[in-house]
Write a protein that binds this ligand. Structure first.
Ligand code: VGL
Ligand code: ZN
Length: 213
């Protein structure tokens, strides 16, 4: 199989590679920090790079601590549907919310912060969980002439998958680089996410499929 060279109208979307999702973080994903060197290496192949940051106000509605009687990883009904409740994580300005210190992406052009509305979660970098409120990323990418996106980061089955699905829905050619992601994987969420992504035409690639400089 020949290697893929991302075209100049492609963007790498680096999702939530934050302390909070790495070892020692408030919502640590197993092996989360292992994606950092892979993503750093991939960056050389991309003319366009967007970084996202989960960026919650204290007391955010996705935190179990905001719902008396509820524990983390239980669910609750919000006005927009069922919401998984999480430990407090990625609070604005905290160390937990900072990008991993070894993430080295000096050419990245945009950082999208999401999940900052107190009552609405946002796994996706494109659209919040109410499925109404746009982050602006779709318009940004389209105005810059981007046609395909490659999604990497944390977590495969939540923020990466929702971002990839919304990218597809917005008409971008979309790939997820599996080894540059790590998953939370609760109650079969990882298998479900891959099934949904593949049903929507998201390509499942490995970093070895890309031609890196
Ligand atoms: C994420 C759960 C809650 C993620 C963010 O980045 O996948 N997951 N907030
Ligand atoms: Zn979050």
């Amino acid at each position: 199989m020949s290697l893929i060279s991302p075209a100049t109208d492609s963007a790498l979307i680096v999702v939530d590679v934050q302390n909070g999702f790495c070892d020692g973080g408030n919502l640590a994903v197993a092996g989360g920090a292992q994606v950092v060197p892979i993503i750093n290496r991939m960056a050389s192949a991309f003319a366009n790079i967007v970084i996202t940051q989960d960026w919650h106000p204290a007391g955010h509605a996705s935190f179990a601590s905001a719902h008396p009687g509820k524990a983390a990883f239980e669910t609750t009904e919000m006005f927009y549907g069922t919401q998984v409740l999480w430990p407090d994580h990625c609070v604005q300005g905290s160390h937990d919310a900072a990008l991993h210190a070894d993430l080295h992406l000096p050419t990245a052009q945009l950082i999208v912060r999401k999940g900052f509305h107190a009552g609405i979660d946002s796994y996706s970098a494109f659209m919040e969980a109410d499925r109404q409120t746009q982050t602006g990323l779709e318009a940004y990418l389209k105005q810059r002439g981007i046609r395909s996106v490659y999604v990497v980061g944390l977590a495969t089955d939540f923020c990466v998958a929702w971002t990839a699905l919304d990218a597809r829905a917005a008409g971008f050619e979309t790939s997820v680089i599996e080894d540059a992601c790590r998953a939370i994987d609760m109650n079969g969420s990882l298998a479900a996410a891959w099934a949904q992504m593949q049903a929507q035409g998201v390509q499942r690639l490995q970093s070895a499929d890309l031609r890196l400089a």
